[in-house]
Write a protein that binds this ligand. Structure first.
Ligand code: FES
Length: 375
């Protein structure tokens, strides 16, 4: 494996500027814009697969199936991978053509390998189940990395992670520890065995890491418990299930901002029903509490999606008529997963090929010399 490469002075200056800009934006209360797509494809090979729970024995004989798969990905051509910052994720193009976003959970200093950890979601869209079938030697394509959850310098940090939400948090914890910051991590989830990376992070400083499995405490912690011991001025970073993030957000002291990333679609608030018409048919009603993506997938189950939060671009399609609201797609486009009609109807064009094969054109970015980066 490529030995760790320390960031250059230039990279450290860039980090400083990015950190200051993020801190100023946070102080100004500005909303974070969706991370722009990165038109860069990276060919990688699955180097190693580790499953967190596969050896957990309950009672005399029960062996639980692996809940979380941790994958190490290396460059197909053998060199360093594109650099990244804590909080970054990559688009993973799976062998089926599905595209899914996963946070990079390794150490940015290690330029020869990307690490991702994926929780299997039995009733999901199939992406996590497919990741769990990958074996060493499998070739994959990545896009990115890009960062929708930027980490800014601060004197002290409180990190809150729910289950697999530890993935974007882990590199932040390492960076805080490496910089000598005052930090504390609370990692919560259903069972001890379902909490990946926590042992590794506890090894940095066991006194600063609290692993809190629900089954040992009679249920999940309250937001007040999570924020207990929250030092004045500490930056709070949280990633986990939406109810956890919302509860922490409500419990934050007045005037303090929560840095968070969710792994699931945002709730639909004050939604109104509308009709989405596909050029050439059909027209599909979209309910007040549903998305255009879900409505269209009822008639076009092959319609591609990934993040369900508007930023990845997988479901962006041409908007032929009508206006949308809450829509991060660019001019002339709409994000089916979050965009809603401003009026009663919009008309869109849909790809005619199977989107599961990821029909988006990929512009060729600079050639990556040789390989290694969340819910
Ligand atoms: S699924 Fe990612 S933008 Fe809609």
């Amino acid at each position: 494996m490529t030995p760790p490469v320390r960031p250059s002075r230039t990279m450290r200056r860039v980090d400083l500027v990015v950190g200051l800009a993020a801190a100023l934006a946070a102080r100004a209360g500005r909303r974070r814009r969706p991370a722009p797509a990165v038109d860069r494809s990276v060919a990688v090979i699955v180097h190693r697969v580790r499953r967190s729970c596969i050896d957990e024995v309950h009672g005399a004989d029960q062996v639980h199936g692996a809940d979380v798969a941790e994958l190490e990905l290396v460059s197909a051509s053998g060199g360093p991978l594109p650099g990244w910052r804590p909080g970054a994720h990559v688009d993973v193009v799976l062998p089926s053509g599905r595209v899914r976003q996963y946070s990079l959970c390794g150490d940015p200093v290690e330029r020869g390998v990307y690490r991702i950890a994926v929780r299997r979601i039995p009733g999901g869209g199939g992406g996590s189940r497919e990741v769990h079938t990958l074996t060493p030697g499998t070739a994959l394509t990545l896009r990115g990395p890009r960062n929708a959850f930027p980490f800014a310098a601060a004197p002290s940090f409180l990190f809150l992670a729910g289950g697999i939400g530890i993935t974007p948090i882990a590199p932040m914890v390492r960076a805080a520890a490496a910089n000598g910051a005052d930090w504390r991590l609370v990692h919560t989830g259903r069972t001890r065995a379902s909490l990946p990376l926590s042992d590794e992070l506890a090894a940095l400083d066991p006194e600063r890491v609290e692993v809190r499995p629900d089954d040992a405490h009679g249920g999940p912690p309250s937001a007040e418990e999570l924020l207990a011991g929250h030092p004045d001025g500490a930056a709070v970073y949280c990633c986990g299930p939406p109810p956890m993030i919302e509860a922490v957000r409500r419990a934050m002291p007045a005037g303090r901002r929560l840095h968070s990333e969710r792994f699931s679609p945002p709730p639909i608030r004050d939604g109104r029903p509308f009709t989405i018409e596909v050029a050439g048919g059909p027209s599909v009603p979209v309910p007040a509490d549903g998305t255009a993506l879900d409505a269209l997938r009822a008639v076009r189950p092959d319609l591609a999606f990934s993040c369900r939060q508007g930023f990845c671009g997988t479901c962006h399609v041409p908007l032929l008529s009508g206006e949308t609201v809450g829509d991060p797609a660019g001019p002339g486009l709409t994000a089916l997963c979050v965009g809603r009609a401003a009026g009663d109807r919009v008309v869109v064009d849909l790809p005619r090929t199977s989107p599961e094969k990821d029909p988006r054109p990929v512009r060729q970015g600079p050639r990556v010399p040789a390989r290694p980066a969340r819910r």
